[in-house]
Design a protein around this ligand. Sequence first.
Ligand SMILES: Cc1cc2nc3c(=O)[nH]c(=O)nc-3n(C[C@H](O)[C@H](O)[C@H](O)COP(=O)(O)O)c2cc1C
Length: 179
Amino acid sequence: MTKRKINPVDYAKEILTAIPKGVLLTTKAGEKVNAMTIGWGTMGTNWSRPVFAAYIRKGRFTAEMLEKNPEFTVNIPLGDFDKKIVGICGSKRGSEVDKITLAGLTMVDSDAVKVPGFKELPLTLECKVIYKQLQDLALYSADIAKDFYPQDIDGMAVGANRDEHYTVFGEIVNAYVIE
Ligand SMILES: Cc1cc2nc3c(=O)[nH]c(=O)nc-3n(C[C@H](O)[C@H](O)[C@H](O)COP(=O)(O)O)c2cc1C
């Protein structure tokens, strides 16, 4: 396996098309590696740096992992891949199961962060958190609050629930495709 360094802008279409179908955001703290499925994400420029912004509900295990090590990778499929990966990583909680083993993911070391990429989702963005802020329930428009933050649903629910999201800006410090 080799890693081919890329400029993420050259893959903007692949990345932005894949996000709403579900890609992975992976974290590592100590020896624990965890991947969660994300369906929201924004790639662009902020503070004159290339950034990937992710939106992580505060109750996700991933939020705890980012507290311990503020680095992540974004793992994007290129072509066909086993859809059960996004199903497992988007429904199980990393504190309870080893999703990497369960989903059959093959880890590949990154270069600039401790968090690995995966052979199965080969387009990899290596990111370091440069800004993180918990969104404010009071500031959502009424329709967004109603659809996405129902206050009667516990934060452990996989779908819409009472928890606000953290906006997490990662500087994209390196990017590669595993071949
Ligand atoms: C298609 C899909 C997209 C998702 N997108 C997000 C997202 O952008 N942000 C989020 O907080 N949770 C999202 N989730 C839910 C998490 O993936 C799910 O709660 C997961 O179990 C969290 O894992 P963790 O607790 O190990 O961090 C999504 C789930 C699916 C199936």
